[in-house]
Design a protein around this ligand. Structure first.
Ligand SMILES: NC(=O)c1ccc[n+]([C@@H]2O[C@H](COP(=O)([O-])OP(=O)(O)OC[C@H]3O[C@@H](n4cnc5c(N)ncnc54)[C@H](O)[C@@H]3O)[C@@H](O)[C@H]2O)c1
Length: 332
């Protein structure tokens, strides 16, 4: 298949490209390197060269239609699947630059969706459990409502709301243009290449602190739980959603949203203990003020993914943390 991956130089995107190449797909990445890295694509370049298949990188803004025209030319004029992952991700950005988060996440989605529609390509939108905002009824599933607190209090939901609007536009495109579009919602994915800087995500941020033996901050009391999901489990799910014609249970996949998450809830305090245990670090966590809008739980209902995709998370958190730590120690 000929495939476009927007945001392909990022964390999930680069792992997805690797998995797609291993199945001999011709892949074209569109990434403006806001948070993506050339280094993330080294494995892709190597395996594509070894396997003798082309691998293309368009280092441009996915909000610009021209970027997709270039990708189409690189792929020889046709494309089968567009995986749309480009977005501004990382909690600090949601608070600091809600304007950028909303604009980039909306404009890249609209543009990628228009492109897929014009090419008759299947479209996979990477949404997020943040699209449910501060919903407290668990597990989160197809019929859960979204709850967003008033925007004058905080702007965290710039991200979740942008994903909600994205899902809405995907559903509209299906109704008006008969496009075969599907949605995935990864739950706190972690693994090699997850950014651990000040705008990064929690697993890598904690492990980076273990590595540098610098104070580790916990936002709030640390009892909030998340369902941490190994990157290759998530990527296997995203790839499957793009590949299957219909579900393995015979159901339609168009217009459906698939949760890709572990169903084991782990508190931030437990995560901290695991990171300290794996790294042998001696640092102690410091409690700081909670991130406004942070939900206390985020547990997925994965029954649809199990039935229609045959998908289950496989790698337990302690094993995934060990693998991530091994990567982190050797990454420089
Ligand atoms: N990592 C997770 O646990 C998780 C959870 C839920 C949803 N998601 C979604 O999955 C997707 C990938 O997330 P990730 O964790 O790999 O984040 P990431 O930041 O590593 O990847 C996003 C990529 O998009 C690129 N990008 C940003 N703006 C762009 C633009 N205008 N044009 C082209 N590229 C642009 C960035 O440079 C980056 O490489 C995102 O849409 C994110 O919202 C991720």
């Amino acid at each position: 298949m000929r495939v476009v991956v927007t945001g392909g130089a990022g964390f999930l995107g680069s792992h997805l490209c690797e998995a797609l190449l291993l199945d001999f797909n011709e892949v074209c990445v569109i990434d403006d390197m806001f948070r993506g890295k050339q280094k993330n694509l080294e494995n892709c370049k190597e395996s594509a060269a070894e396997m003798g298949i082309p691998f293309h990188i368009v280092m441009k803004d996915a909000s610009n239609p021209e970027s997709f025209e270039i990708a189409l030319r690189r792929l020889g004029g046709s494309v089968d699947v567009v995986y749309h992952l480009a977005a501004i991700n990382g909690t600090r950005w949601f608070h600091e630059r809600p304007d950028l988060v909303v604009r980039v996440n909306h404009d890249t989605l609209e543009n990628a969706l228009n492109f897929a529609t014009s090419q008759g390509a299947r479209f996979i939108f990477t949404s997020s459990p943040e699209a449910w905002g501060e919903q407290t009824i668990m597990p989160l599933g197809t019929h859960s409502d979204s709850i967003f607190s008033p925007s004058h209090i905080h702007q965290r939901h710039s991200y979740g709301a942008s994903k909600y609007i994205g899902e809405l536009l995907v559903q509209h495109a299906i109704r008006t243009h008969s496009i075969d579009a599907r949605i995935v919602r990864p739950f706190n994915s972690y693994g090699p290449r997850l950014p651990g800087d000040s705008h990064g995500q929690v697993v890598s941020m904690l492990l980076e602190k273990c590595l540098s033996e610098e104070p580790m901050e916990i936002h709030g009391n640390g009892t909030q739980t998340r369902c941490f999901t190994w990157v290759e489990d998530v990527v296997r799910g995203i790839k499957l959603v793009g590949e299957l014609e219909i579900g393995i249970d015979g159901t339609e996949l168009t217009g459906r949203a698939f949760n890709l998450g572990s169903i084991v809830e782990t508190s931030i305090l437990e995560l901290v203990e695991m990171c300290i245990g794996v790294s042998g670090s001696t640092i102690q966590p410091i409690k700081t003020s909670a991130h406004p809008g942070d939900t206390s739980r985020r547990l997925p209902d994965i029954s649809e993914s199990q039935q229609a995709l045959g998908w289950n998370p496989e790698v337990p958190l302690n094993e995934g943390i060990e693998r991530t730590w091994a990567w982190m120690k050797n990454k420089n």
